[in-house]
Design a protein around this ligand. Sequence first.
Ligand SMILES: C[S@@+](CC[C@H](N)C(=O)[O-])C[C@H]1O[C@@H](n2cnc3c(N)ncnc32)[C@H](O)[C@@H]1O
Length: 254
Amino acid sequence: MCCQFGNRTDLIRSHTRYRAFPKLRKHGHVNRQLARHLALAAIENGEPLAWFEQLYGQAESAGVSIVPWADLQPSPNLVSWLERERIDGTGRSALVVGCGLGDDAEELRRRGFDVTAFDISISAIALAAKRFTGTEVEYVAADLFHPPADWARGFDLVHEAYTLQVLPRGLRCKAMGQLASFIAPGGRMLLIARARDEAEDPGEMPWPVTRSELGTLQRVGLEELSFEDYFDAEKPPVRRFRVTYRRPAIVGRA
Ligand SMILES: C[S@@+](CC[C@H](N)C(=O)[O-])C[C@H]1O[C@@H](n2cnc3c(N)ncnc32)[C@H](O)[C@@H]1O
């Protein structure tokens, strides 16, 4: 149980005061206070996934700048991988996990994939659909922990960026099992997350992942194809893991 975050009344009192927060984005600096307060209060209430809809719901009226990860452009960590690997998605399917406002999903569609993108927040899905009117991406409100049955082993590429790191540690193992379950035989997953060493303090949300945590993905049957541990080009630079996995193809099938 994650209860080191202080008195619940204080948390609730402080996040109802969010309107008084200083500018939420100032000179490119992202203010994460509101998201952190909502996250901690949700965990305290025993509903660790509730805060995503609370945050995006408020963004529908207050503007998307209150969502700390809403850069309104595809992740450079995704784009540089797509470029370097010369990925062409023509004729292939992709599933975007925790798609938020949809920029990564649209990028994969531009590169030819037939894209399904989902998020637990119905408001995030509504915002994404509104931003990309006429999109060919299928946006779906769904929970990683209760996905539609027909997604099992259904996708050539699963793209997961930054969802694991906003889930409490207690949910990550199950989350990774779910991520793996979406990959078709012979298909791949690209996973991008904030990174830390085992002994390093996870600090505040987003809580970076460790390499040993990611070991779960191999235990559930995936092969690790590549593992990058690097600092990205953000200011200040952020340490990331960018990892690709593959589900072995079924041998003996014609
Ligand atoms: C840190 S954000 C990253 C969003 C997006 N991938 C991006 O890079 O902008 C994590 C996203 O995961 C979504 N999420 C969290 N838990 C989820 C779950 N159980 N099922 C589906 N989406 C979830 C959140 O609503 C949020 O949009």
